[in-house]
Design a protein around this ligand. Structure first.
Ligand code: SAH
Length: 285
């Protein structure tokens, strides 16, 4: 199949790239191929693609996997993909949907294997989608996403840095994160303002695990709720939110040898897990 540039294709379809939906289309098929190659595909997988756009990644995904379910919010693009590009390709199913409203767990129940996720993510939905991914972790086998480089840095940053936040802790807890390669704005039409990075995310079981992962999320979110405040002011003063008295929570900090006068952003992932587990045990007493 001959490759048509996004600019030409959009003109033919009478469309303009929509900023509000983060539309930045990959210009070069070899870059699309590199992104797809970052997934471990053996022709048996079901891939859910987020934001197929004009199908740059979809074409290669359909060559490597058994089935591609592509979620595209823009009706005009979804129509082009369904009625033209993949009209005769039974492996590709185009759904005109908001990926944030999609039930990944339900989709995985129709498949014998955990889902593979892929996408050049629209930047507006990156954070909420990653939170959704955390919730759907059990249904997911692997994911490769292109995100803004700054977001990639944030996800992978260590404790004590200004980039370290709720998503860094939760993503590092739930997934092994690997940086595959970066792409400059010149690889997209229209060119975005910033560099992009391709990340591979593999679900993992962190040891020791959090006994209650929902509680871990709540503890981390509370610790980061006010970045300049110490944990005395974010967690201890809100101990009741966790079913504890401030004294009890202070005792937990002492037992873990963590000074609650520190800011939440200085805690390692393992310390957040320990804190969450101790809070859970404290609730039971
Ligand atoms: N994968 C293509 C397009 C990436 S641009 C490529 O690499 O060339 C991001 C795409 O996500 C756009 O097609 C945009 O319409 C779509 N999109 C934006 N918000 C979305 C949402 N909430 N759910 C699904 N798709 C969305």
């Amino acid at each position: 199949m001959a490759f048509t540039s996004p600019k030409t294709l959009l003109r033919r379809l009478g469309l303009r790239p929509r900023k509000a939906w983060g539309q930045h289309f990959l210009l070069y098929p070899h870059q699309a191929r590199r992104i797809v190659a970052a997934l471990d595909l053996h022709g048996e997988e079901t891939v859910v693609e987020i934001g197929p756009g004009l199908g740059a990644l979809t074409v290669f995904l359909a060559q490597e996997a058994a089935k591609v379910v592509a979620l595209e919010r823009d009706p005009a693009l979804a129509r082009f993909l369904e009625e033209e590009l993949f009209l005769e390709n039974p492996r590709v199913r185009i759904l005109c949907r908001d990926a944030l409203a999609f039930d990944f767990r339900e989709c995985s129940q129709n498949s014998t294997q955990p889902l593979t996720l892929a996408g050049n993510l629209p930047y507006q939905i990156t954070s909420p989608l990653l939170f959704k991914l955390v919730e759907a972790k059990a249904a997911v086998g692997q994911a490769v996403f292109m995100v803004q480089e700054e977001v990639g840095d944030r996800l992978m940053s260590p404790p004590g840095t200004k980039d370290y936040g709720v998503l860094s802790v939760l993503m590092q807890y739930h997934f092994a994160l690997e940086r595959i390669f970066s792409l400059s704005p010149a690889n997209f039409y229209p060119a975005p303002q910033v560099d992009s990075v391709v990340l591979r995310l593999t679900p993992r079981q962190t040891a020791p695990p959090a006994n209650d992962e929902a509680l871990l999320s709540r503890v981390v979110k509370a610790a980061f709720a006010h970045r300049r405040k110490t944990m005395n002011n974010t967690l201890v003063s809100r101990a009741a939110d966790f079913g504890l008295t401030p004294d009890k929570l202070r005792a937990i900090f002492t037992a873990l040898e963590i000074d609650p006068g520190r800011r939440g952003e200085t805690l390692s992932v393992a310390q957040f897990v320990a804190l969450s587990n101790a809070i859970e045990e404290g609730q039971l007493k």
